[in-house]
Design a protein around this ligand. Structure first.
Ligand SMILES: [Zn+2]
Length: 391
């Protein structure tokens, strides 16, 4: 349903509407018009000029345009080519949604600069845009309308349209109803990452979120504590490992900069001395599958499936199967009774768990940046990039 877009707004601040009217006519339409005037008996010029560029305005007015904003632009007048009268700019500005919709071009100062970025499709169209569902007739529309009018294709390839956050009964939050949830209070109580994970996993992005605080508590117990306790488990037993060097081969710092796929592969840490234990082989295989699936899902903007997949991996495969089945490998009866074989097995398990946690932190980094960083900092080799967000 596309309705006509009433482009003008009666505001002071905004992009000036580039329309000049012969003042005779302006007397007629001005909302300040003296109602006592007998309009019928007057002859109006009706001349309108829509200005297409600063150059055109300078040519018609004979003046240099130093500042294209109000109030400076309003002082520029044009001599009417029909009646010789004075033409002035109409007082209205353009709807600010026009400015938002012009973003793909305006941010590049197109066409005055960076022509290649748009013309060669280097930064146009955008891979995706995201806003709440109420922007369907707002920003999503104005972006599309302006690009279409200018003769371009859609300015975005994907739209992630988000549903609104409602109260747990499905009603809109409002101060008068007293059902507003304070986001800052929730953030202070649970942390921003818990709220993020709640939104990623609760339902599809476009579905309304019937917010109940107990769901945040569930996210903490169901997922965050399981992941955190897996790290604590590793920390408890890794002290028994006698290795002097890191379990991982760190990449050269020269390779940290963002580059192509080949460079990115070289940046990855490598697991030294791969274990022959069936549990280790299994969890590394599961991890690689989850990395592969998550990458494909995120490339397709399937955020819910991606986050739920990681969660399932951590709860079921890592915690309930791998760590539970490997407990005896981590907890030898006593140091003295430890055979060379079981020590090797312990070190293989310890190294594998560290590796899986480190790789999982990388996988989680776009979703829960703070916890992912915390886990990465505890596991990363000294020479590795200093943040999980740089790997
Ligand atoms: Zn005129």
């Amino acid at each position: 349903e596309v309705k006509d877009w009433a482009l003008s707004r009666e505001r002071y601040w905004g992009t000036p509407l580039p329309i000049w009217l012969c003042q005779n006519r302006q007397n007629q339409i001005s909302r300040f018009a003296n109602t006592g005037t007998n309009i019928k008996n007057q002859k109006f010029c009706n001349n309108i000029k829509v200005i297409g560029s600063l150059k055109e305005l300078e040519k018609l007015s004979g003046r240099k345009v130093k500042d294209p904003h109000r109030p400076y632009l309003d002082k520029i007048t044009i001599k009417c080519d029909r009646c010789g009268g004075k033409m002035t700019r109409v007082p209205e500005v353009i709807d600010c949604w026009f400015d938002s919709g012009a973003m793909p071009f305006a941010q590049q100062h197109y066409p005055f600069e960076n022509k290649n970025l748009i013309d060669r499709r280097i930064q146009f169209p955008a891979d995706y845009i995201s806003e709440a569902i109420d922007q369907t007739r707002g920003w999503f529309y104005t972006l599309l309308a302006i690009a279409t009018v200018l003769g371009y294709e859609a300015p975005y390839k994907n739209v992630i349209s988000l549903g609104l956050v409602l109260d747990e009964k499905g009603e809109k939050m409002s101060k008068s109803k007293g059902n507003v949830i304070d986001l800052w209070l929730m953030t202070a109580k649970y942390g921003a990452d818990v709220i993020r994970w709640y939104f990623f996993t609760i339902n599809q992005p476009e579905d309304p979120k019937l917010f109940a605080e107990r769901d945040l508590d569930r996210v903490v117990k169901r997922f965050f504590l399981i992941f955190w306790n897996s790290l604590v488990f590793w920390e408890t037993y890794q002290k028994n490992a006698k290795r002097k060097t890191s379990a991982f081969a760190a990449p050269s710092p020269k390779l940290w900069s963002v580059g192509d796929k080949a460079t990115a592969d070289k940046q990855n840490l490598k697991l030294k001395n791969k274990s022959k234990n069936i549990l280790d082989k299994w969890i590394v295989s599961r991890l690689n599958t989850v990395i592969d699936e998550t990458t494909k899902l995120l490339d397709a903007y399937q955020i819910v499936a991606a986050s739920r997949g990681i969660e399932k991996f951590i709860i079921e495969d890592l915690s309930q199967w791998y760590i539970r089945r490997s407990r005896r490998r981590f907890k030898p009866v006593s140091e003295q009774l430890l055979s060379k074989e079981s020590r090797q097995d312990f070190e293989a398990a310890e190294r594998t768990l560290a590796w899986v946690l480190l790789e999982t932190a990388k996988l989680l980094a776009p979703f829960i940046p703070f916890l992912a960083e915390e886990v990465y900092q505890k596991l990363k080799p000294k020479k590795a990039p200093f943040s999980v967000h740089l790997v």
